[in-house]
Ligand binder design. Structure first.
Ligand code: ADP
Ligand code: ASP
Ligand code: MG
Length: 415
């Protein structure tokens, strides 16, 4: 079986959905499972519904109407008849959403978040499944929550591999399936999500469990480039890279592939193709086994909205293991993601990401015992296969607050 994954950018409008038809006709669609994300920026739009709901804002209905109209605009363009079955499906899904909003008693933000944002993927896959069926690509829509089983760690759920493998292996491998990325289900039957941008990972989970021959993720870029083209000029395509190279790039923040995607593929030696949904003739990037698949150019990766925190003891004593252990405990408590650390005699610096808006609480707690200085909104650049020239290029971007170098990988925190 093959697994395909289409992200939000590929299905942001009716043209995008029509393009999926083109891709499938060009590539073949027998024995294929297709994972699809929410359309365009719909997950962000559903996040606004979550916020409005939790804050009891008067704008709640306005946000709901925005997401509904977004999908209806697309279906009007895709389906000719005035009253189409897909409209009923959309009504039903929005009915479920309203039902949840009315009956929910929980105040757990992360739980509420997962019950709401998942509608983006449910809507996109319903629409695309209907559209393909009407255009001679008969397919089976499946609810991913019946297959990907997780713990109840909402917004960052961990896969229960044993259950997931068992349920996915029950799928008939001779069919074409359409399913949702990003979502899973906890053992008490609540919707969970695998973390933002997690649909690549969903596709890898299916590829792993199905022993797929390959996974192709269709992107708005030619493949994996040596830098994010939104921030760098003259980027170059990396035609072949090893799993390790891709894992390192994704880990440091190359957002073209979700970092969790690669390990399941590597474990079963399943090749990953990253290809452009616009240029089907182009080869894109192949990620596979092989230590020789090392890029010949420097690769640049950036992570924005970082916080660089410098922590020292109030009595000017050395920062030793017991202090570091304290600090990591507090970082963990507030779910702050650590992207870089550096220790010196009197201070410990850490570059962190505050995905869950906990930084103020962290600061309050850590300041009880330590002296803190910090810079918000800094950028962490990572250069793999760094050269002097490559480092200079980054240093020109601003003031270097911290620089660290290990085995050809150089990281700079820039203000
Ligand atoms: P999708 O919605 O399909 O998941 P994403 O927006 O998450 O797509 O990923 C594609 C984007 O990743 C590209 O538009 C590009 O801006 C960004 N990107 C970041 N680093 C790289 C890189 N090294 N190579 C290619 N694209 C990159
Ligand atoms: N729709 C989800 C998000 O925007 C998952 C994904 O696109 O990968 O984060
Ligand atoms: Mg993505």
């Amino acid at each position: 079986m093959k697994v395909f994954k289409f992200g939000g950018a590929s299905v942001k409008d009716a043209i995008g959905v029509k393009n999926i038809l083109k891709v499938l006709k060009n590539e073949g669609f027998e024995n294929t499972l297709i994972v699809i994300s929410a359309m365009g920026k719909m997950t962000n739009a559903f996040e606004k519904i979550v916020t409005a709901y939790c804050q009891k804002s008067k704008d709640l209905n306005q946000h709901i109407n925005y997401t509904k109209n977004y999908h209806l605009t697309i279906t009007t363009e895709l389906f000719n008849s005035k009253k189409h079955l897909i409209d009923t499906e959309i009504e039903t899904l929005f009915g479920h959403l309203s039902g949840f909003l009315i009956t929910n008693k929980s105040t757990d933000y992360n739980y509420i978040y997962d019950q709401i944002v998942g509608f983006g993927e449910l809507l996109s896959t319903k629409i695309i499944s209907f559209y393909l069926n009407e255009n001679n690509i008969p397919n089976n829509w499946i609810d991913v929550r019946d297959f990907i089983k997780t713990d109840a760690n909402y917004r960052d759920a961990k896969v229960d591999w044993e259950k997931t493998i068992t349920t996915i292996q029950r799928l008939d491998k001779n069919k074409l399936f359409i399913t949702q990325g990003f979502l899973g289900q906890s053992s008490n039957k609540n919707t969970t999500t695998l973390g933002r941008e997690g649909s690549d990972y969903s596709a890898a989970i299916f590829a792993y469990c199905l022993n797929a021959q390959s996974l192709t993720i269709w992107k708005d870029v030619e493949g994996v480039l040596n830098a994010d083209p939104r921030y760098f000029e003259n980027t170059q395509l990396l035609e072949q890279i090893s799993y390790n190279e891709a894992i390192e790039m994704a880990f440091y923040g190359a957002s073209v592939i979700h970092p969790k995607t690669l390990k399941p593929l590597e474990n079963k030696n399943i090749p990953l193709y990253v290809r452009s949904f616009d240029n089907l003739k182009n080869v894109g990037t192949t990620v596979s086994k092989g230590h020789y698949l090392v890029p010949e150019v420097s690769c640049f990766i950036l992570k924005q909205q970082q916080i660089l925190v410098s922590i020292s003891a109030k009595d000017f004593s050395f920062m030793v293991e017991s202090n570091l252990s304290d600090i990591f405990k507090v970082l963990h408590t507030f779910k702050l993601k650590v992207n870089l650390i550096q220790n010196s005699a009197l201070s410990f610096s850490v570059c962190i990401e505050d995905k869950f808006n906990n930084f103020t609480q962290f600061l309050n707690e850590i300041s009880l015992n330590y002296t803190i200085t910090y810079f918000e909104n800094v950028v962490l650049y990572t250069i793999r296969h760094a050269t002097e020239n490559a480092i200079k290029k980054i240093e020109q971007k601003g003031e270097t607050l911290l620089k660290q170098s290990t085995q050809g990988t150089v990281q700079l925190v820039i203000k």
